[in-house]
Design a protein around this ligand. Structure first.
Ligand code: ASP
Ligand code: MG
Length: 406
C-alpha cells in the first residue's frame, strides 16, 4: 500500500460530470489499497471569473479580500468532490488550506508556505477516509486566508506530499505528460517517460506551461517524485525525479518556446561602470522581472544593451528607459514586442560539444535570424521573430531527432 497525493487541475473538474469521473478514479485508487490525499483546483475557469468580478467592483482590490474571494473557488471544488466520493461509498473530508495546516507568510495573492502541520489530514487518513484539500491556499501567521498564486495547487500537492512523506505526488492535468515539444506545434512530439528536476526547471523557465515552476522547485528541494499525467486518458505520464547518475542523459530532451517576452534595446550608452547598474536598479524598483540581457562589446566607448521583459511589463519598462535615457547618456531606445524565444534543453548537453553549432546551423538553414542568445549548462536559448518561432521549434525538433525514442 502506498500513500499518494493526487492533484486535479481546473479542467479535470470543470463540471459535475468531470467531477464524478475524477471521484471514480480516486475511488479506484482507494479500492486498490492506496491511501489518497487530494489537492483540487477551482473548477474550470472559475479563478479567472472571480478575478474579473473583483476588477469590476474595484480598481485596486485589497490583497486580503482578493485571497478570500479566489480561495472560495477551490473551497467549492473540495466540497463537491467529497460529495461525489460519498456517493461512490468512499468516505471523504473536505479541508480548506487553513484546516489542512498550510501556514504561509502574509504576502497576499502570492503567499509562500512556511510550514505544513497536516494533523487533521493525517487523522482523516488514519480513519480510512480521503482528505480533499483546497489547492493554492493557506492561512497566514496573521490568521488571514491566503492564496498561493496562479498554479498554486501544484505547490499545495507537493507540500502535502512532503509533509506526509507520501510515496508520490501525481499531478493530473489536461495533457498526458511532458512532451519533447508542444504537440500542437510538432505533431510527432513524444511524451517523455522521465525528466530530471534540473531539466524540468529549465523547461519551465523556457516557457513550458506545466507543471508550475514553483512546485517543481519545491519537489526538488524535498526530493518528492512527481508524476504528471492525464485526468482524461489516465495512462502513465511523465516522471519528474532526481537525475539518475547511472543513466546516460539525452543530449537534448526537449524544444520549448516562449512568446510572453518583449525586447528593449538602449543604444549608444557610455561604456563605464554604473550605467547598467542604474538601469536595472530602476527596473527592479518597479518589480520588473528581466530575463535575458545582452551587452555588446564597445569599440568607440559606447555600447548597446538589450534585455527582455514579460509583455505585461513592456510599458512600465519603456517608461523606465525613457526616463533614464538622458541621465545615462543613451543615444536611443527601441521597444520590440514581436519577439519569441526558442530553447533546447538537455542534461547531456553539459559534456557534449557541437550542440550550439548544430542549433545555429539548423536555424540558419531555415533562414531564421538569431537576435539574442543565452545559455545555461543544460539550455540554449535564442531570441527570434515571433512569427517564425513555430518553424524554429519544428526544425530543431527534427534536427535533434526528438521524435525518436531515446
Ligand atoms: N485555481 C488557481 C489558478 O487557476 C490555482 C491552480 O489552479 O493551481 O491559478
Ligand atoms: Mg487552474
Amino acid at each position: 500500500m502506498s500513500l499518494l497525493v493526487q492533484k486535479f487541475g481546473g479542467t479535470s473538474v470543470a463540471d459535475a460530470e468531470r467531477m464524478r469521473i475524477v471521484a471514480d478514479s480516486i475511488a479506484r485508487s482507494v479500492r486498490r489499497g492506496h491511501q489518497v490525499v487530494v489537492a483540487v483546483s477551482a473548477m474550470g475557469k472559475e479563478t479567472d471569473e472571480l478575478l474579473r468580478l473583483a476588477s469590476e467592483v474595484s480598481r485596486v482590490p485589497p490583497g486580503r479580500e482578493l485571497d478570500m474571494l479566489i480561495t472560495a473557488g477551490e473551497r467549492k471544488a473540495t466540497a463537491l468532490l467529497c460529495m461525489a466520493l460519498h456517493d461512490l461509498g468512499v468516505p471523504a473530508d473536505s479541508f480548506t488550506g487553513s484546516q489542512a495546516g498550510i501556514l504561509t507568510d502574509t504576502d497576499h495573492t502570492r503567499a509562500r508556505i512556511v510550514e505544513v502541520r497536516p494533523d487533521r489530514v493525517r487523522k482523516s487518513l488514519d480513519e480510512g477516509r480521503v482528505p480533499v484539500v483546497g489547492g493554492a491556499q493557506g492561512v497566514s501567521v496573521d490568521k488571514d486566508v491566503t492564496f498561493l498564486g496562479r498554479g498554486g495547487t501544484d505547490t499545495t500537492a507537493v507540500a502535502l506530499a512532503h509533509a506526509l512523506d507520501a510515496d508520490a505526488c501525481e499531478i493530473y492535468t489536461d495533457v498526458p505528460g511532458v512532451f519533447t515539444a508542444d504537440p500542437r506545434v510538432v505533431p510527432e512530439a513524444r511524451r517523455l517517460r522521465r525528466v530530471s528536476f534540473e531539466e524540468m526547471l529549465e523547461m519551465c523557465a523556457a516557457g513550458c506551461p506545466k507543471p508550475a515552476m514553483r512546485s517543481v522547485e519545491l519537489a526538488r528541494t524535498h526530493g518528492v517524485a512527481l508524476h504528471v499525467r492525464s485526468a482524461f486518458t489516465w495512462e502513465p505520464g511523465t516522471w519528474i525525479d532526481e537525475e539518475d547518475p547511472g543513466m546516460e542523459q539525452a543530449i537534448v530532451s526537449a524544444v520549448v518556446s516562449d512568446s510572453s517576452q518583449a525586447k528593449l534595446t538602449v543604444t549608444g550608452v557610455p561604456d563605464r561602470p554604473g550605467i547598467a547598474a542604474r538601469l536595472f536598479r530602476a527596473l527592479a524598483v518597479r518589480s520588473i522581472n528581466v530575463d535575458m540581457i545582452e551587452q555588446n562589446v564597445s569599440l568607440d566607448g559606447t555600447t548597446d544593451i538589450s534585455f527582455t521583459v514579460p509583455h505585461d511589463d513592456l510599458d512600465a519598462a519603456w517608461a523606465v528607459v525613457e526616463s533614464l535615457r538622458g541621465d545615462i547618456g543613451a543615444t536611443g531606445a527601441i521597444a520590440d514586442p514581436d519577439i519569441a524565444t526558442v530553447s533546447i534543453v538537455g542534461a547531456g548537453m553539459k559534456t557534449e560539444p557541437g550542440v550550439t553549432a548544430m542549433m545555429f546551423e539548423t536555424l540558419a538553414a531555415e533562414g531564421i535570424n538569431i537576435e539574442m542568445i543565452s545559455t545555461s549548462s543544460i539550455r540554449l536559448t535564442c531570441v527570434v521573430r515571433a512569427e517564425v518561432v513555430e518553424r524554429a521549434v519544428q526544425c530543431l525538433h527534427r534536427a535533434f531527432e526528438l521524435e525518436r525514442a531515446a
